[in-house]
Write a protein that binds this ligand. Sequence first.
Ligand code: AMP
Length: 222
Amino acid sequence: MKNIIFLAVQGAGKGTFAKKLKEKYHYAHISTGDILRERAAVEDELGTKIKNMIDNGIFVPNDIIYEAIEYKITQPECEKGYILDGFPRNLEQAKGYDEILNKLGKELGVVINLTIPNELLKQRIIGRRICRDCGAIYNIYNDEFKPKVDGVCDKCGGKLYQREDDNEEAMNTRVKTYFEVTEPIIDYYKEKGVLKTVDSSSNPETVFKEIEKILESDDVNN
Ligand code: AMP
């Protein structure tokens, strides 16, 4: 199997598919958003600085991100393959990641670009609810993904919460930032011949099958 970079605007389903790949193939799931939220929960100077940036949809400085990535991908759980979710976010980070890989003698793998129409994206982000205990993801605007009982996790009975940055204002900032600075990396990976595009607006099972097909194919670097 190949290491994967998921590219997509937040809310397109990166987190959901990364979780599914982890369950089925034991890939390590590296979400820079999760790493940063964990660090932001520590009430010191750096934690407060990171929390403010996350709550306002602003990028956290590269040196903090690179250190976390290098540490994570050299851990034993990444030996079977890993999924990068939320990194790289711009061309500079994509080049920075190449340098990290060169230094460590690791392969890039495959880059999967998940696409989604804007209206559907809005519904997914504003309606997203997450279980505090097991991390299961729901959507209150979609009958298929609604919890059976309001605010309660179907799987473990845990309390559901809405991420602080899952509001329309932060979403608009993130979408704008995404198109301005993240999209150029699509061209960068296209040129390297490692980019695969998947339409994420159909049902999750269909999208997941398409992702599996890409991972099984040999037409990208291992
Ligand atoms: P996410 O969970 O991926 O939506 O990320 C939440 C927030 O964490 C983002 O809006 C940024 O503030 C920060 N963040 C996550 N990944 C990165 C990254 N690769 N570079 C800079 N900031 C990031």
